[in-house]
Design a protein around this ligand. Structure first.
Ligand code: PEP
Ligand code: MG
Length: 315
């Protein structure tokens, strides 16, 4: 059972023993960014840029993109804002990067894959992000969605560098990327786990289908094992691995994620207070124990029950 009211967040995430866990917000436009700043978010861990341009037939002009990005960056002066490049897909159609009918669109040309056919769209977006970053004081990080291989990470990071973008990362939302995070992080400066898609692809369960909800939970021990593998790759390469999927907004799961090695959590702003409260009353050692319990469980339900039994703060 969740804490009954949303708790206030004082603006700094840490465990009971003082280990910092940055608590960031997921936003899609300036209004949401303003709300996130008001809720105390330390920054933005996922700016879903594609949501501003849904339904457009033509690629937005450079100036329009710069204005849209600047408006979000302006809400977080001096703070981290992770800008995700366009994540076109079946759930987020963008006609200007191809609306071809595919037999299995969740496995098709989506996310970063659209850049192979439309390299100029990625290039223009990176230019717009670089211009927006130069005009605002936010600490701009850029990341690509749906990265599957080290080669894709390498090409994306090179493209970012060509635009002078110093902090270039990858989303880990494909199981292959989770298992190979070490090699992705040879190129990328950071990784962010997209647990919504990582769960969809691990469980082979369409995230859009409510009827598959019992499969589509990040409490699935197989999903947690992949998150753990991704974090181990991060530790081996000395690079941060965060979470920006819905899993970060579940306070009990957030403690597990920290125990698995995640260093930042990005979520809907209204979840910040509850997540901060659970972390503030759980030591990093206890987070590791919770992660062990969850990883050792046979089912999602057993993992969740075992962790919640231990987390008395949720009672
Ligand atoms: C995810 O897949 O977890 C994610 C954060 O990206 P989106 O929900 O936008 O696909
Ligand atoms: Mg995703």
């Amino acid at each position: 059972q969740r804490p009954s009211v949303f708790r206030a967040f004082d603006g700094t995430g840490r465990t009971a023993d003082g280990v910092r866990v940055q608590l960031l917000a997921n936003v899609s436009d300036a209004r949401e960014a303003r709300d996130a700043a008001a809720a105390g978010a330390e920054g933005v861990g996922l700016f879903r840029t594609e949501l501003s341009f849904l339904g457009r037939d033509a690629e937005p002009e450079l100036a329009e993109q710069v204005a849209a990005y600047r408006a979000v960056l302006a809400e977080f002066p001096g703070r981290r804002v992770v800008v995700r490049t366009l994540d076109a897909g079946v759930d987020k159609p963008l006609a200007f990067v191809g609306a071809t009918v595919e037999p299995n669109p969740a496995l098709g040309v989506r996310g970063l894959r659209t850049a192979v056919r439309f390299p100029q769209v990625l290039d223009r977006q990176l230019e717009a992000i670089a211009l927006a970053a130069a005009a605002e004081s936010a600490d701009v990080w850029v990341m690509a969605p749906m990265v599957a291989t080290p080669d894709e990470a390498h090409e994306f990071v090179d493209a970012c560098r060509a635009h002078g973008l110093a902090s270039a990362g990858v989303m880990i939302e494909v199981p292959a990327a989770a298992l190979q995070s070490r090699w992705l992080l040879e190129h990328a400066d950071f990784a962010s786990l997209g647990t919504n898609d990582l769960t969809q692809y691990t469980m082979a369960a369409d995230r859009e289908l409510g009827g598959l909800a019992s499969l589509s939970t990040s409490w699935q021990p197989a999903v947690l094992a992949l998150i753990h593998a991704a974090c181990q790759g991060g530790e081996a390469s000395g690079r941060p691995v965060g979470v920006c999927g819905e899993a970060a907004a579940d306070p009990a799961l957030a403690a597990v994620l920290v125990g698995l090695g995640v260093t930042s959590l990005s979520m809907t702003p209204r979840a910040l207070g509850d997540v901060a409260a659970v972390l503030a009353s759980t030591t990093s050692r206890e987070c590791v124990d919770l992660a062990r319990l969850a990883l050792a469980a046979p089912t999602a339900g057993a993992a969740r029950a075992a962790v919640r039994r231990r987390l008395t703060v949720l009672e």
